[in-house]
Design a protein around this ligand. Structure first.
Ligand code: KIV
Ligand code: NA
Length: 242
């Protein structure tokens, strides 16, 4: 699973064989330039989800409910989830939280909205957690995962926990787990696309890896364009109309 926020990127990832595309509220950080995911709105999530949903031919597409749409009253969250299914071609939503979200997950699934739970580090709670910190409480993680599964979540995503804790969670439930900063002993992995292709600058978390440098390719293409325009070699006759 990888994140996608726009049509061309989603098309490339879909064609590359990524099984699940996540329209994550990390769009607020890696696209909008904010330092947290908190400013992202439901309307913005719908806007990006429309583009990704149109591009995906084979991948499942999951959409984050942003803050505080996944925390307000349950009927509000059900309506937001329904907007995702009705206004975009995406398939499911993701909700941060475990046991405290069980009632909400249940209501959404009952309404026909598939829910991926997201436990461990929940970036929407960064100010309660006191930073983007490793979540070590195994008993709580297992209890959260079990509550989410019992409520009807089809996958439990686990963020920023020790590998042993993610393994214990994966062992404790029968739906798949997807890890980010959660080690190898999970059913699947997710990363933020911009982080792995060189499109984020500055700090990147320990758990990500550079798999390519699209940023460098773009920088070089832009520099070549500027040089050719200044040198008068762009546009050529072939690139002009008579
Ligand atoms: O918003 C997002 O991209 C996420 C992933 C980091 C799991 O929630
Ligand atoms: Na997110």
């Amino acid at each position: 699973m990888l994140t996608a926020y726009d049509f061309p990127t989603a098309k490339i990832l879909d064609e590359a064989g990524v099984d699940v595309l996540l329209v994550g509220d990390t769009v607020g950080m890696v696209v909008q330039g904010h330092s947290t995911t908190l400013p992202v709105t439901m309307d913005q999530m719908i806007y990006h989800s429309e583009m990704v949903g149109r591009a995906a031919q084979r991948a499942m597409v999951v959409v984050d409910l942003p803050f505080p749409d996944g925390q307000l009253d349950i009927l509000h969250s059900v309506k937001c989830g329904a907007r995702v299914l009705k206004e975009t071609q995406c398939h499911a939503v993701k909700l941060e939280g475990g046991a405290e979200q069980a009632e909400r997950i249940e209501a959404m699934v009952r309404a026909g909205i598939p829910v991926m739970a997201h436990i461990g580090l929940g970036p929407q709670s960064v100010h309660v957690l006191g930073g983007y910190r490793l979540q070590r409480d195994i008993d709580r993680l297992v209890a959260d995962a079990k509550a989410a599964e019992a409520a009807g979540a089809f996958v439990v995503l686990i963020e920023c926990v020790p590998s042993q804790a993610a393994a214990a969670v994966t062992e404790a439930i029968s739906v798949p787990t997807i890890g980010i900063g959660a080690g190898p002993d999970v059913s699947g992995q997710v990363l933020v696309t911009h982080d792995i292709v060189g499109l984020t600058s500055g700090y990147t978390p320990k758990f990500t890896r550079s798999f390519g440098d699209v940023g460098l390719v773009m920088r070089e293409a832009a520099q070549s364009y500027c040089q050719e325009v200044k040198a008068g070699t762009f546009p050529s006759d072939a690139e002009s109309f008579e």
